[in-house]
Design a protein around this ligand. Structure first.
Ligand SMILES: *Cc1c(COP(=O)(O)O)cnc(C)c1O
Length: 364
């Protein structure tokens, strides 16, 4: 029997998306980012699918995520770029994880181990991770020194764009060129130069460098509202079964605070997925689900374990399959639509699945 709450993951869709994105935004290398458990799709599963689609690199935020890939048998290059204040890099180095470095202290920790492969992460204007403008020169000088002494291998330089506007993205690209010129003055020219994630990789050919980094688009979700038509298909379907149906009279209320009341006699169906499973509570009053190819509205508040849908006089029964998000080609809402109903982004929707939701391969 299928688990009651399940996120079906279509590995072939991830592979096909990656293959398609490689033609849409070609670069020497294509990294697929599988942080946050592969954006909720399962990190090892997503990594395998991405590599099958032609990815040559995998990216994660932290080292625990990188080591999970190695434990899952993934031998491809993996880059991790966000570390604990006093991170111990020994296990990562032993597992051949490439380290993104934003602080000189990280560099010294790696120097003490020896043999690490490093990408320097430069903040070119996002104002987040990556070495700041004031600390950049010292980091570059020390990294170059360690590289020349063969203590580390300085393989890459990276940044991340903010996507605020075309002009600001281009300004970041210009600063990235300045950073590379500074490294050249120190006698280093890293082979891998990368700063664009899904949106900027597609939008800005001039910023692609020698590697593009795809996260959300690989999972078939638009990276921004202006990029809804990029030819990828959703790789996740969140589904369950109707647990109960009941007839309501006009005026009957549903769920906490009775924010919805039946206008006429109707049938409602109970869906055993709630905010603990990743259904955004913010969507209360706005969501839609698909049952047997037809969309029905979610009514009343999203609760921890359940939501209620109004099916009118349709013949919907206990045990009928119900999907919250998946592929619109099946009549199912997309994760992006759920995001719009919840005042958030598709990234937030797919990464928000709770522990009760089983991940299974999606056999279409
Ligand atoms: C998360 C992340 C990505 C992927 O971003 P998407 O918008 O999902 O494509 C790429 N690079 C870095 C540094 C990231 O943190």
């Amino acid at each position: 029997m299928m688990p009651l709450r399940r996120a079906l993951v279509d590995s072939d869709a991830i592979s096909a998306n990656v293959a398609h994105l490689r033609t849409l935004a070609p670069a020497v290398h294509t990294m697929v980012v599988v942080k946050a458990d592969g954006y909720g799709h399962g990190a090892v599963r997503a990594a395998r699918a991405a590599l099958a689609g032609g990815a040559t690199w995998l990216g994660v935020a932290d080292i625990a995520e990188a080591l999970e890939l190695r434990a899952g048998g993934i031998t491809a290059p993996v880059l991790a770029w966000l570390h604990a204040p006093a991170e111990d890099f020994r296990a990562a180095c032993a597992a051949n994880i490439t380290i993104g470095v934003s602080r000189i202290e990280q560099l010294e920790a790696l120097a003490a181990i020896g043999g690490a492969t490093v990408h320097l992460k430069v903040d070119t204007g996002l104002g987040r991770n990556g070495v700041g403008a004031q600390e950049r020169d010292a980091l570059f000088a020390r990294a170059a020194q360690l590289h020349h002494a063969r203590v580390i291998t300085l393989e890459g330089v990276m940044s991340h764009v903010a996507g605020t506007s075309r002009a600001s993205d281009m300004a970041q690209g210009d600063d990235f060129l300045v950073a590379m010129a500074e490294l050249r003055e120190h006698g280093v020219e890293p082979e891998l130069r990368h700063l664009t994630a899904s949106a900027a990789s597609i939008l800005h050919e001039s910023l692609r460098g020698t590697m593009v980094r795809f996260g959300i688009a690989a999972y078939g979700i638009a990276p921004s509202p202006e990029l809804t038509d990029i030819g990828v298909r959703p790789a996740m379907r969140l589904e369950t079964e109707i647990a109960l149906t009941k007839r309501l009279r006009a005026g009957d209320g549903v769920s906490y605070d009775h924010t919805w009341q039946a206008e006429a006699d109707t049938t409602v169906a109970l869906v055993p997925l709630g905010y603990a499973d990743g259904v955004p509570r913010q969507s209360s009053g706005n969501g839609w689900v698909e049952i047997t190819g037809v969309r029905y509205p979610v009514v009343g508040r999203v609760a921890m374990d359940q939501i209620v849908v109004n099916v009118g006089d349709d013949d919907i029964r206990v045990g009928d399959r119900v999907a919250l998000w998946g592929d619109p080609a099946d009549g199912t809402p997309s994760a992006a639509e759920w995001a719009a109903w919840s005042d958030t982004i598709g990234y937030d929707v797919v990464t928000g699945l709770g522990r009760r939701v089983a991940r299974l391969e999606w056999q279409r």
